[in-house]
Design a protein around this ligand. Structure first.
Ligand code: G1P
Length: 295
């Protein structure tokens, strides 16, 4: 199978949970410590060899395009000051990957956003990374998923165990074991079920390695939960009939994942990632402890 090089990053959400911060700025640009959330996601794709990135964007998304472009006046100012470390930081995001932008047009759901990448992706397998989920770069996820896609010639999704009361926020998978630990065969998928209807406590987290057959299925997928064209519904079609594209398998992730799409989890993400940083962690840790003791 051909090497996988393309990553689709849907970034057209309205970011309503973060209003008013996201009134004029996309939620993907919210800083997580000192980098916009979207940069972590692009860095993760690149670390797994995916340097051809297609971002699906909506309104107010010019900031995203600008972030991955050069800013000559800033470069000149930093050059003049001789601040080479800041200059390297500024230029890092321009040089990361080959980034293409596609407008989503009508925001009809995640499945619709992925379908917008069809022309650029063509007939190759590709990854989808959702910007709300950040995966700690010390823990592997996307690379083993790509390996599974190549080995099994099947669709691969990332799954994580969540508490039963949280499953209604996610796509949920019914699974059966394979002969490999940490890899399951997905027998069914349902988008955001109630705890009572959920077939398991395995949630889809925002990483997928898809085969191009998904596009034909998405074209036929009717609006589902919330009136949106759901990627989960198209994946269910592939899981139910392995003759279409080899079926669906899940890689179970038990590493560090940060959900930046929810305000409380966003705050926790910033603190956890800052604690892990060499330049901030040592000063922040005692303050967090002291704060905890005072509460
Ligand atoms: C989307 C998917 C859902 C998945 C989730 C992961 O939902 O539709 O299946 O579990 O991402 O973050 P959203 O969070 O965009 O509503």
């Amino acid at each position: 199978m051909k090497t996988i090089t393309k990553a689709v990053i849907p970034a057209a959400g309205l970011g309503t949970r973060f209003l008013p911060a996201t009134k004029a700025m996309p939620k993907e640009m919210l800083p997580v410590v000192d980098k916009p959330a979207i940069q972590y996601v692009v860095e993760e794709a690149v670390a797994s060899g995916l340097d051809d990135v297609i971002m699906i964007i909506g309104r107010n998304k010019n900031a995203l395009a600008n972030h991955f472009d050069r800013v000559t006046e800033l470069e000149i100012a930093l050059e003049r000051k001789g601040d080479h470390s800041k200059l390297a930081n500024v230029n890092h995001s321009n040089d990361l990957a080959d980034i293409h932008f596609v407008r989503q047009g009508d925001p009809l759901g995640l499945g619709h956003a992925v379908l917008r990448a069809r022309k650029h992706v063509g007939h190759e397998p590709f990854a989808v990374l959702l910007g709300d989920d950040l995966i700690d770069d010390r823990d592997e996820l996307l690379t083993p998923m790509i390996e599974q896609c190549q080995k099994r010639e099947a669709t691969i999704i990332a799954l994580m165990e969540v508490p039963a009361e949280s499953i209604s926020m996610y796509g949920c998978a019914a699974v059966e074991p394979t002969d490999e630990p940490g890899v399951v065969r997905v027998t069914g998928l349902v988008e955001k079920p109630s705890a009572a209807d959920a077939p398991s406590n395995l949630a889809i987290i925002g990483r997928y390695v898809l085969r191009p057959e998904i596009f034909d299925v998405l074209e036929e997928t009717a609006p589902g939960k919330g009136g949106e064209i759901q990627l989960t519904d198209a994946l269910q079609v592939l899981a139910a009939d392995a003759s279409i594209a080899g079926g669906v398998y899940g890689v179970i992730f038990d590493g560090r994942r940060y959900d930046t799409g929810d305000r409380l989890d966003y705050i926790k993400s910033v603190i956890q990632l800052a604690l892990a940083r060499e330049d901030l962690g040592a000063d922040l840790a005692p303050w967090v402890k002291e704060l905890g003791a005072r509460l």
